[in-house]
Each structure stands twice: as C-alpha cells, then as structure tokens.
Write a protein that binds this ligand. Sequence first.
Ligand code: UT7
Length: 334
Amino acid sequence: MEKINAVITGVGGYVPDYVLDNEELSRMVDTNDEWIMTRIGVKERRILKGEGIGTSFMAHKAAAQLMQKTGANPDDIDLVLVATSTPDYHFPSTASIVCNGLGLKNAFAFDLLAACCGFLYAMEVGANFVRSGRYRKVIVIGADKMSSMVDYTDRSTCPIFGDGAAACMMEPTTEDVGVMDAILRTDGKGLPFLHMKAGGSACTPSYYTVDHKMHYIFQDGRHVFKYAVSLMSDVTAEIAKKNHLDKTNIDWVVPHQANKRIIDAVARRLDVPEEKVMLNIQRYGNTSAGTLPLCLWDFEKNLKKGDNLIFTAFGAGFTWGAVYVKWGYDGVGK
Ligand code: UT7
C-alpha cells in the first residue's frame, strides 16, 4: 500500500476589527511604544469586543473562510480540532460550537489545550488522523481570545497578547508533501512560570480569586524568555538536522509570535535570513494558538508547492516543539 501523507490544502483566518495600538495602551498602563517595540516587537493587536462573544466566534469565521476557499462540502468534513486555551466554556468544547455553526453533520470535534504550542500539537494530531487512512478532511484550528485573560493594569503582560484565529484543511495525499516530521515535547516543571491561578478544578472561582486577580495570565517573563529561546532554538536545529535541512533548502521558518527577540534568536541559530522568517507579531501580537496558522494566512500567497517550512512554538506547560512541512500547493491570496 502506498504511504499516505497529510497535506495542508487551504488556509482561512480571522482577526477582529478593533485595533489596540501602543499609543492607546500607553494611556492605559505606564508603558510606551519604544519599550514595547524594542523589548517585544508588537505595534498593535486585535481585540474581540462584544458581550457574549468568545473564541468560537473567531474560530468559526476562520473555518468558514477555509470552507469557502477550499470549496469543501460540509457533509464531507470528518473532524474539527480546535487548539485553544481560551474556550468559550469549560464545557462543552469550543470545537462542538464551531461544528454546529458550520452545519457539519458527519464530523466529530474536540478541543486540544497546549497553550501557545496548541496549533503545533494539533497539526501532528490532525495529520495522524489523516495518515490513518480513516479520515479524509480534517479542519485544524488555532484560536485564542487572549484579551479574556489579560490584566490590562499589568504592564508586564498586557502589551504582548492579542486575539485571532486561523484554520487549515488537512487531507490525504500519496505525493511527497505534507507534514513530514514532528518533534514535540512537554515538561510540566514549567507550571510555576506561566499559568492562570484560578478557575480550574484545583482552585475554583470565588470572590477571593476575583478580588486577588487570579483569573489573569501570570507570567515570569524573564524565566519563560530564557527557556523559549533555548528550547525552540534546540528543537528547530534538531528537526532541521534530522531532515537534512539547512539554510540552503529551508524556504520558510514559521515561528510562534511571542517576542521578536525570541524569533530572531531562533533564526540566527538556523542561520536563516530574515526574509525567510514569517513575521506578523507587529500587527497581531501573541494570539497564542492562533499565531502559526495566522502566519500561514498572511503568507499563503508567497508559498510554492514543495517549499520546506519549519514551524516552531513554545508555551505554558512548558510545551514546545518543531514540525517540518513540505508545502502542497502554489500560493493563493486571502
Ligand atoms: O507565548 C508564551 C511564551 N511567552 C513568552 O515567550 C514570553 C517570554 N518573555 C518575554 O517575552 C519577555 O520577558 C517580556 C516581554 C515579558 C518582558 O521583557 P524583558 O526584557 O524580559 O523585561 P523585564 O521583565 O526583565 O523588565 C525589564 C524592565 C523592568 O524595569 P526595571 O526593573 O529594570 O526597572 C520592568 O519593570 O522593564 C520594565 N517593564 C516595562 N517598562 C515599560 C516591564 N514591562 C514594561 C512595559 N513598559 N510594558
């Protein structure tokens, strides 16, 4: 039997209209454009406004665009996977809400939580469902409404994050393209450095947890920065070496958009020039599970069949890894 590869056959995306730029942020907390640009690299981020609107709103928009671009029939979708840390509800899953909104009758759907590494994990999970031969159309979504857990009085975290979602279609192929390799890692020792203190089963919500701001992102930035630089650099170098990739045949690096300095360090380690690194942190900030597919959404028109892409991400857990993708089609616009 011929080997089945899982290939990305389309990309859809969505970012909210509201733009929170550094100027407005500087009126909310003691910060300024120069500090944010030199230390993080974010100029503006999108914020999802509106009562009762959660992550599924953006995930649905991204997936609907994907369905329209790929001409997919809703009855043919087998699986919807949503990587998110900001689900609409603890339960049911955001994926089930998206499934309903898209009118999918023959799909199953579930969420996957790996923080900022969520889409990277979801790509490999989705690819394995396709490789099994049992599922033919899998929608993999990365979506986060980070503004729902950002403390906009905390200048050490609020400039970093934004809201957004993007989605990819994964399908089987016998061609030598698709998700070629993945190195994924988890180290639970990262818990103290990046987490939300309350709201889960270990620390249930109460007046105390609300009064003490325990429903926001807590981050020991310096510590996380150090780990992100070294673990992302190591894992991208490892996957490149394993697959005989170097600066001569890597076409694109697709890095998690957490901090421009982290992205630069990863690119330096691979010795890949800036123009081969997908970058949109300046416009969207860190949309957590949304960053990697939003890069694809923005750069899709530049991609050619056979291009070698290395994805890499790092997030709470800690979770991190790298995925090697051989692109499956010549670029199309949004
Ligand atoms: O996506 C999930 C993974 N997350 C990450 O990868 C994030 C990793 N961490 C980072 O990106 C960086 O650590 C931050 C962007 C969070 C912070 O940058 P930093 O260069 O590590 O700054 P710092 O926390 O060491 O703070 C340096 C100084 C401090 O002042 P002093 O103590 O030196 O006087 C801060 O109080 O900068 C100050 N500062 C600010 N100043 C102006 C912190 N935030 C701000 C701010 N505006 N927004």
